[in-house]
Design a protein around this ligand. Sequence first.
Ligand SMILES: *Cc1c(COP(=O)(O)O)cnc(C)c1O
Ligand SMILES: [Zn+2]
Length: 442
Amino acid sequence: MGQYKSYFKCISEQCNETFSLTDIVYRCPRCNNLLEVKHDINALKKTTADEWMHIFDDRYMRTRYPYGSGVWGKKEWVYPNISDENIVSIYEGGTNLFWAERFGDAIGLEDLWIKQCGNSHTGSFKDLGMTVLVSAVKQMISNGANIHAVICASTGDTSASVASYCAAAGISAVVLLPKNKVSTPQLIQPLANGAITLALDTDFDGCMGIISELSLNKNFYLANSVNPLRIEGQKTVSIETVQQDDWVVPDWIIVPSGNLGNVTAIGLGFKMMKMLGLIKSLPRIIAAQSANANPLYKSFRNQYKTFQPVEAQSTAATAIQIGNPVSYNRAFPILREFNGIVEQATEDELSHAAALADKHGMFCCPQTGVALACMIKLVNEDVISPKDKVIVLSTASGLKFPEFKVNYHEGQLNDVNPRLMQKPIELPGKIDNVLSAINKLL
Ligand SMILES: *Cc1c(COP(=O)(O)O)cnc(C)c1O
Ligand SMILES: [Zn+2]
C-alpha cells in the first residue's frame, strides 16, 4: 500500500501549501483557508474500475480487520499510509439502504431509498469520519506526537462519536456542548464513555469559538469537521450507497446540512468514483436546512454571491442548529458542480415529515425530518419527478431524540400542529376493556 500518497492541501487554487496527514494543522497557515486531503489519482488509476469494485465487494462486511469496516474497506481511497495496527475501528458503515415503498407511495415517489446512516455504533453518521480522525491521532502518538486529548465542540453527535472512539483507543477526550441544547442520550453518551464533558452556557457557535482558541495548543487535537480527515471517512457513504445498488448512480441524494462537512464529503465521494471510472455520471445533491438555521439556503437563493452567517434560532433539528457553517467554502463549489439545490423546512414541516415517515415504519430523527420535508416540497413543485431514483441520507437514529418524539406526540413542540400525534390508551387490566378499545379503534 506504500505506493499511494495522500496529503493535506490548501483548498485555494492560488496556494500550493501541502502538509503531511500527521501534521497538527487545520487551516492553511499562509492564507487561513480550509484544507483538503489529496490523493494520488494516477497511482490509484493503475487499478481498473472493475478491480476496485471487486476489491470493495470482497471486503464489504467481512471480518478481516480492519477491511470489513465500511470505511476501511476503502482504505486506499481514504488514508492509504496509515498502518493497520493504528486503526481504531468499530466496524462503522455497512448501514442498510432500503426501499421506502409505502412511504414513497404516500408522497408520490416510486423509487425512494433511505440510507440508514444512524444505524451505527454511536447512532449517527459521525462515526464514519471519527474512525479516520482517531486512527490518525493514534498514528501521530505512535510517531511521537505529544497529544494529550482529542477535543471538539458539538451539537451532540460529534461528541458522542469522539468519546466512543477515543475510549476504544485509550486516548483522552474533551467535549464542549451547548447546555440544554442536546438530547438526553447525546449528553449521557460522552459521560458514559468517560470523556471530559463540559456543558457551556452558550450555543454551538459559541462552543466552536472556544474550541478554536483551545486548538491553538498543539497538545490538543481538534476533531471538528474543519478537520478534513473526518470528511475523508464520511465520503465513503457515497461509495457504499452506490455499491449497495450495484454501482448505479441515483438521480438525487438528499442530506440534512449544518456545518456542511457531510454535503462536501458526499460530493467528494462521487467525484472520486467518477475520476476512477466506477461511475459515469453524478447525482444532483440537495442540501436540506432548518428554516431556523439557514445560512446556506440564503446564500443559494443569492446564487452564492454572498455569504452571511446567521444567528441560529431554536429548532427541533438541533444537530443542524448552526449559523456559521465551517465548511461553507468547501460546500458551495460542490453544490454548484452537482447542480445542487438548497431547500429549507419549518418546524411544522420537518415534524410532520418525520411523523409521516414513522407512520410508514421508520423512526426518524428531526434532521432526517428536515431532509424528508425538503424532498416532499421539491416533489410537489415537480423539481423531483415521480420516477426519479431518490436517496435520502438519514443521518442519525430517531432513538437519539426521544424528547422530539415525546413532545410531538404530547403536542408540546413549538410552532408545530401535530396532525399525526398518538397517545397511549390507559385502561383497567381487564379483557373486556381491552377488547372494546380494540374494536372501537380498528
Ligand atoms: C452532524 C449532523 C448533521 C449535519 O452534518 P454537517 O456535516 O454538519 O452538515 C446532520 N444530521 C445529524 C444527525 C448530524 O449529527
Ligand atoms: Zn493557503
